[in-house]
Design a protein around this ligand. Sequence first.
Ligand code: G3I
Length: 356
Amino acid sequence: MVTPRSTRLRLLAIGGSLLLFTAPAVAGGQAAAAQPHPDGVPLRELGARQGIRIGAAANPFVLEKNRAYRTMLADQYGTLTAENVMKWDTLQPERGVFDWSHADALVEFARKHHQGMRGHTLLWHNQNPKWLTEGGFGPEELRSIMREHIRTVLERYRGRVYAWDVINEPFRDEGGELRPNMWLKTLGEDYIAEALKTAHEADPDARLYINEFGIEGRNAKSDALYELAKSLLDAGVPLHGIGFQSHFRVGGVPEDLAENMRRFTELGLEVTVTELDVSIGMPAGEKELRAQADDYRTVVETCLAVSGCKGVTVWGVGDADSWIPSWFPGWGAALPFDQGYAPKPAYSAMQEALGR
Ligand code: G3I
C-alpha cells in the first residue's frame, strides 16, 4: 500500500532507534511531489532489530538526479555497496591518478544517513582500465601495482568502509577452476592471499571478503571456493567473509542455501548475501511477482536462520536502475521496488521475514 509521504508522519530508523519526524529524509531534487512510500517499519530498522544489515547497491549518478531513489535508499537501507564507482576503472583511470569524486559522494551519503558502507571491489576481471589490462606488466610490476592500489584505496576509506570485496569472482563462471584472469596468469594463485594480506595491513579493522556468484547452493564451484577458503584460513591469511552474490531467476533459490552457508560459517567465516536480485521473464505478472516475493522471503529467512550471516544486500534499489534488463534482454523486474520506486510484493515479503 502506498501513501504520499508528504501527508503522513514517518518513522525513520537511525542507529537502531526510532525517531518521529515530519521533514523529508533527503534534501534536494525537485519540489515536493507525492512519492510512493512504503507502509510500516523500514527494512533497515527491522534488520537492525534482528541483528542483520539490510543494504542496497548504490549508484551516485542516479542518486544525484532521482529523488525517489534517494529517498528509498536513505530510508530503507542500512548499508550501501558501491555498484560501480569503487571498481578499478573509476578509482584509478590512469596509472597513479585516483579519482575519488564518485566514491566519496557515496561514502558521504552513507555517513549522512547513518549507513554502513561496503567496498566493492578491489580485484576483478571486469571494469579495469586499459592501462592496467593492456600494460603488459610482468609479475614484479603487477604485484607492486596491485599492492599500491589496494593500499591507497583502503587507507583512504579506513574507518568509513567496514567491509571490502577484496576478491571478486575468482572462479570460472561454472565449475571449480580458478578464473584465468590477469592476476592469476601473471602472479599465480598467490595473488588472492597477497591481496588479502595487503588489505589487512592497510585497514586492520575492515572485514575482508571473497565475493562470488553461482556458489549459493552446493556445487563444484562452491566446493572449490570452500577448499580455497579453508586453505587460506589454514595458512593464516586474513579472510573474514564470503559474499554470496545471489543473482537468481525467479524460483531459483537453491534449497541447500542455508546448509551451504553453514559450512562456511563453521570454518569461522561470516557470510553476507551481497548482490541479491530475482529476475523475472518479462512481462512480469502478479503470479511471478508473488513467486519473486517468496524468493526474497526465503533468502532473508535463511540469513536470519544462519548464525554468522551478517546481512542481505539487494543489487540496486528499483527496477529502473537494475543491471538486469541491459544484460539479459527479456528479463527484469528483479528488485523489491518497481520502475517508479513503489514497493512490490518482494518488499513486503522482506518486511514479513524480518518480523515487520
Ligand atoms: O561508464 C560507462 C559510460 O561512460 C558509458 O557511457 C556507458 C554506455 O553503456 O557505459 C558505462 O559503463 C557501464 C557501467 O556499468 C557503469 O554504469 C557499462 O556499460 C555496464 O556494462 C556496467 O555494468 C555493470 C556491471 O557490473 C559490469 O560488469 C553493472 O552496472 C553492475 O551492476 C555490475 O555489477 C556486477 C558486480 O560488480 C559483480 N557481480 C555481478 C554484478 C552484475 O554483473
